[in-house]
Design a protein around this ligand. Sequence first.
Ligand code: FDP
Length: 346
Amino acid sequence: MKGKRSVGTTITEHILTQQRTNPEATGAFTTLLNELIVAAKVISREVNKAGLTDILGDTGRINIQNERVQKLDLFANQVIIQRMRHVGQLWCMASEEDPDLIEIPAEYPKGSYILVFDPLDGSSNIDVNVSIGTIFGVYRRPEDSETNEVLLNDVLQPGMKQVAAGYFIYGSSTIMVYTTGQGTGVHGFTLFPSVGEFLLSHENIRIPEQGKTYSVNEGNYAYWDERTRALVDYFKTPDKETSRPYTSRYVGSLVADFHRNLLKGGIFMYPADLKDPKKPTGKLRLMVEANPLAMVVEEAGGYASDGKGSILQIEPTTLHQRVPLFIGSRKDVELAEDFISGRRPL
Ligand code: FDP
């Protein structure tokens, strides 16, 4: 089910209205989000003209995840860091592109929020004009933090502690989807290039309880355990009563696959695989990918699991840890969890 459409409210108006409903709000969060939106507009402009400029292509560098970094990833990373470090609302940042925490330089004031982000997710699709995105999550610095130093432990919080999360998708249009949780809903805003503003286009998005689509890289079938194979086989097996087979849709760009399923229903999966026995944990990162999207999906009525339990409950142990991810319509993800956890006998 698509969110109800109404056009005319800018994202800033929307954030301010939400802020007014919270008597303790200081405006710090609004400032932070506004600056992030400016960064996304700059990234969106570059993504849109990527085919035209020499910014397109590979830097030849390898990032912390052992993947090739493309120029546009680097650009997006720099834009976000440079825009966000001076806002005065951040305690520190963490990016998919940086191995360590990003501290706020001494010349700028510090605040109490922590921003984690994947500056340009789905980057292997840049060269082929497929939608890519920026994913973000916002936490507060723990109140009982005893030192003035930026500590990794203060950042390694479970996803349920996020105070906001969302993403920008750079596709046929640029859309921002975000939530501040606690029943405030998930809202989508479309960038109107002529006015340079994000306008409310998808108010209060609710993901269907059950979908008809599964999204997974089935090329990894040979590397999955028997439970994962049985789950995917289940989605493909015809059965009138349960509306199977499901349709398969896999872009290979997380934000694009997630966004489609959020609006239309379905399940996205990146299961653990045995390709690299040292890393039986899937490919996606808990902090910068799984947690923000899990907050969005749960606020929209869906669910996110690592196959055993809620993504949002996982206590992270490292900044860049990977996690198996099953995310989307609640009934579909619960079913996946039943298969993977062994609650459903094979
Ligand atoms: P990419 O490597 O292009 O950056 O997070 C990384 C990601 O893309 C996700 O956006 C996407 O869902 C996934 O990896 C695709 O991985 P596979 O190519 O292994 O399917």
